[in-house]
Design a protein around this ligand. Sequence first.
Ligand code: MCA
Ligand code: AMP
Length: 495
Amino acid sequence: MLQLIENAQNHPDRTAIISDGQEYSYKALFSASAQLASLLLNGLSDLDETRVAFMVAPGFDYVKVQWAIWRAGGIAVPLSLSNPLPAQEYVLKDADCSILVVDDYYHYFLEPIVDKQKIRLVRMADLVQGTDQTPLPDIAKTRRAMIIYTSGTTGQPKGVVTTHLNIESQISTLVNAWAWSKEDRILNVLPLHHVHGVINVLACALWSGACCVFVKKFEAEAVLKLLTEGEINLFMAVPTIYYKLINHWTTLGVDEHDIVKTALSKFRLMVSGSAALPVSVMEQWESISGQRLLERYGMTEIGMAISNPYKGERRPGHIGQALPGMQVRIVNETNEQVVAGESGEIQVKGSNVFREYWKRPEATSEAFTEDGWFRTGDVAKLNKGSYRILGRMSVDIIKSGGYKISALEIEEVLRTHPQINDCAVVGIPDPEWDEIIGASLVLTVPQAFDFEVLKAWLKERLPVYKIPRKYLIQKDLPRNAMGKVTKKELKAIFM
Ligand code: MCA
Ligand code: AMP
């Protein structure tokens, strides 16, 4: 049996999940996921790595579906809750999903594309109490477990495939490094189609017999209130979320400041990651909450690789040391390891590292060196025993609100607009979002152009965080002698 699910049997009566104001025990999760697994199997003995997409709101039902897919032998493909239809369609098609599980709310949203995909639709409402439970298959841990879509230096997002072994390794690394225990109670505010929310928060909690409390969506006022109620002792978020919480805190009075500080200083741990944590945010948060944030570094393909220590110095502007079991090296352009203090690409090895990009053998082999190191594309240096991120190798990778975004993907969409002749997209530094997206446009008829109309047009094609926030109309894009757009120059114009 998978370790995560076996662990659940050690504490059947503990509360696993709190969502929509209701508490659900591990026993309830165990039995509800077995029932749903039977329904997914639909008479088969094993789903044999069938891709099962699911679009279910954060909460008990989400976890029930994830566990059911794994217990039935399928590959879990969590869909973003904010992607517009074309982006959902892309994932369903790219991952060759043959089953789609939806709750009623998302059913109506996805309905227009379900028929086209010839996919078996399972609605949560179809699961009536008392559904017969069939025997569930034994799952070898080397089997594929999950596909998470991530953007890269290719136009379209790629599916990152992890096995059960990868996932178990990613979880146990963090459970040990950050001293998780069954007494922990974490608040999840992160989307559940990315490693940060799925592994670091949810899976680590459930592996440990701890409790995961869900809110449907991040909202600074409500979240700060929940954090101060004394029920939660662990929190993990992207820097943008800490920035937004700090902003909200500034609107409160002195009495409320005292309440916040008293409550938050009792937390066991608060973690930041997915993007660089500005030193100013770390310092402000420490003075507000008494918590020195633990910054760590990871990636969809590798889980977490580098972390500041749980006990010991958490250095501002630094991501810490390699986590136990992870090998980390910094290499130069010729792929030779550099000495401490010199900068280069972070490369990583270890059982956390993913198996492949789904159906992309070339991209998979390009992502690894000949001797098996994963190339992260991030540039760092080792500074007095702690890694410090310096940036990314590709100017086409943008990080905004913790999301990784491909400039090329946005450019491809923009170029399909009838009034756009050419375009280039860059990330512009921003204190709240890390970067915001800037688009430089060469238009057919500049006079007749309306940005609000363009934004509405983009909203139907891209998730909200991929929509450019700044636009520049240019006669021509800046190019070098080879005709390549010089994005550094473009960035400078925006800034
Ligand atoms: C939304 N808005 C933005 C952006 N996103 N503006 C600029 N840049 C953006 N990226 C605007 C909207 O247009 C809207 O504007 C307003 O902000 C509110 O939009 P909403 O969608 O409600 O935003 P939000 O809910 O406040 O989102 C902020 C967020 C979210 C909570 C920080 O972005 C988030 O959940 N990020 C986490 C992503 C994550 O988990 N990444 C992990 C992947 P208006 O009001 O004008 O309409 S990385 C990973 O997993 C690796 C392994 C790792 O290391 O962790
Ligand atoms: P994703 O592909 O969405 O999993 O995002 C992974 C990327 O997030 C990494 O390659 C880094 O560029 C970035 N990242 C994650 N954690 C940190 C951090 N602590 N500091 C700077 N960048 C980070």
